[in-house]
Ligand binder design. Structure first.
Ligand SMILES: Nc1ncnc2c1ncn2[C@@H]1O[C@H](COP(=O)(O)OP(=O)(O)OP(=O)(O)O)[C@@H](O)[C@H]1O
Length: 500
């Protein structure tokens, strides 16, 4: 009992002595000495514990959006790299993408290595005091990642490692997401949301796309080069975007190619319906709201408003009128006036579209492809499809034998067949779209096998060939009749003149 009392007395006097010296130190020691002592204690501490800790909170007050982005990038990075190390993992099923994402569970620790440097990550989780009011989303649970590393690696961590983690985390998130197909169509009730989306799940790939191998390879190479050219585009001072014009008859695979491109590059698709766009500013808003790594598609651009033909067609019509009046010089003025009128009434105009594709507005967002499709390339305004806007023009044409071979492989796993030579000969002489060939290769009943389908295809090509022959004959006859009538008309005119 006596011993315990002595102990307490001793402790009391030690605490009193410490408080006394601390007050003396605070009040009577000069500032310079303060700083020296501080430095010395820090040095002493770092000698015993030479590690640095950096905390990455999930939400950080006003900067919650930026800190959330960084936090989620780190979460994806650690989830991806630590799934083999961490004993406790958390699985998150993302609603929209239906993908299962693994991440480190709370208070788990994993190690990482970067250029020979060892680093330690720990995930923390704190439940906030229920009485305190949170101003920012997710503030009731405070989660954070803590990175620990030796102080001698400070430079490599701050200059390279953190950048590497954030970029790779973003990349992993992009790879793990399910891609989306966005559209801007107005609803029947008049409501309009800039973009609505569904999960993009088109099975098309370049492997299943029927076209000549050389052409296909050229397109694939072009896409690969584009997707790896971030630095190059920055160096030459151009927005990181590329335009593709796909043209050809209906059913030759234009839409299929867009799906194959999106799957190949892992991009989202924005299906831009121009007829649903009210004016230029709405088009701008739509394009500003597209994300990077995406394809903006305008299908059948020739049918989308009067845009495609406006400058050509209208100018021609007006030119005819003016010619009658003998005032050809005014044509340009009229076209200019019409354009100004449209600009002033703030409609969707060709120049508005051109501005969005490669004007100042096109630089909002990067790594984007613009793809236009048309069945009638000759109808399009040259300004719309000039190189630089539509950098690559790709013709999708009727089915050749090489394309047929791809379809035969797709539909029947066929590399060769005794009917192939007949089909090769027929396809060389007939125009049949890949869509029609594919339709004939599809089994129509349970009894259909490859031979049945190939024979059906042969019949279909022969029918097509015969129809084309009849059509050509009909056209020839009509042309001859026309010429005859013209001749007759001329003769009658001559007779009348003579009579007069
Ligand atoms: N080159 C092709 N390779 C593989 N399948 C094709 C090809 N072309 C057409 N098809 C088949 O035909 C169907 C229609 O093709 P698609 O819609 O891509 O043609 P399109 O050229 O876009 O037609 P449209 O001009 O009418 O929009 C596709 O679902 C696909 O099954």
């Amino acid at each position: 009992m006596m011993m315990m009392e002595d102990g307490w007395t001793q402790l009391g006097s030690t605490v009193a002595a410490i408080v006394f010296f601390w007050t003396m130190y605070q009040n009577h020691f000069p500032d310079e000495l303060h700083n020296q002592i501080k430095k010395f204690t820090k040095k002493l501490a770092s000698y015993f514990y030479p590690y640095i800790k950096i905390t990455f909170p999930e939400s950080d007050g006003e900067n919650w959006l930026d800190s959330q982005r960084a936090f989620h990038a780190i979460e994806r990075y650690l989830g991806f790299h630590s799934s083999t190390q961490a004993k406790c993992l958390k699985a998150k099923v993302l609603n929209e993408s239906e993908a299962v994402i693994l991440s480190m569970d709370d208070r788990e620790e994993v190690t990482d290595e970067f250029n020979g440097v060892k680093l330690w990550w720990k995930s923390n989780c704190q439940i906030r005091n229920s009485q305190s009011i949170s101003l920012y989303p997710g503030e009731d649970v405070k989660r954070s990642f803590v990175l620990t590393f030796h102080q001698k690696h400070r430079d490599i961590v701050t200059e390279s490692y953190l950048k590497h983690v954030l970029e790779e985390g973003k990349d992993i998130a992009l790879r793990q997401r399910k891609r989306k197909l966005f559209s801007n169509t107005r609803r029947d009730d008049g409501c309009y949301k800039l973009w609505s989306h569904v999960v993009f799940e088109h099975p098309a790939s370049f492997e299943t796309l029927a076209m000549e191998g050389k052409k296909k390879k050229e397109i694939i190479d072009d896409l690969v080069t584009f997707s790896k050219s971030k630095e190059y585009y920055a160096k030459i001072g151009k927005a990181w975007k590329r335009g593709y014009l796909l043209y050809g008859p209906p059913g030759t695979g234009k839409s299929t190619m867009i799906a194959a491109m999106a799957n190949f590059l892992n991009y989202d698709v924005y299906d831009l319906e121009l007829t649903a766009v009210k004016d230029n500013s709405e088009l701008r808003r739509l394009l500003i709201n597209t994300s990077s790594k995406s394809i903006v598609v305008i299908e059948d651009i020739d049918c989308s408003l009067d845009l495609a033909g406006r400058r050509g067609k209208k100018a021609e019509e007006d030119s005819e009128d003016e010619e009658e009046e003998g005032n050809k010089a005014n044509v340009k003025e009229i076209v200019k006036e019409m354009k100004n009128k449209d600009e002033k009434s703030n409609k969707l105009t060709l120049s508005g579209l051109l501005n969005c594709i490669d004007g100042l507005w096109s630089t909002c967002g990067e790594e984007r492809l613009f793809v236009f499709t048309t069945n009638y390339v000759e109808k399009l305004d040259p300004a719309l499809i000039r190189r630089g806007r539509m950098d690559k023009h790709i013709e999708l044409s009727y089915c050749c034998f090489e394309s047929f071979e791809v379809l035969a492989r797709n539909y029947w796993n066929l590399e060769s067949h005794e009917l192939f030579p007949t089909i090769q000969e027929l396809l060389g002489k007939t125009k049949m779209t890949p869509a029609d060939v594919a339709e004939n290769l599809m089994p129509k009943s349970a009894d259909d096998d490859a031979s049945v389908c190939l024979e059906r295809l042969i019949k279909a090509i022969e029918t097509e060939k015969e129809e084309a022959r009849l059509k050509a004959e009909e056209e020839k006859r009509a042309k001859a009749e026309n010429e005859e009538n013209l001749e007759d008309g001329k003769e009658n005119k001559q007779e009348n003149v003579e009579k007069c």
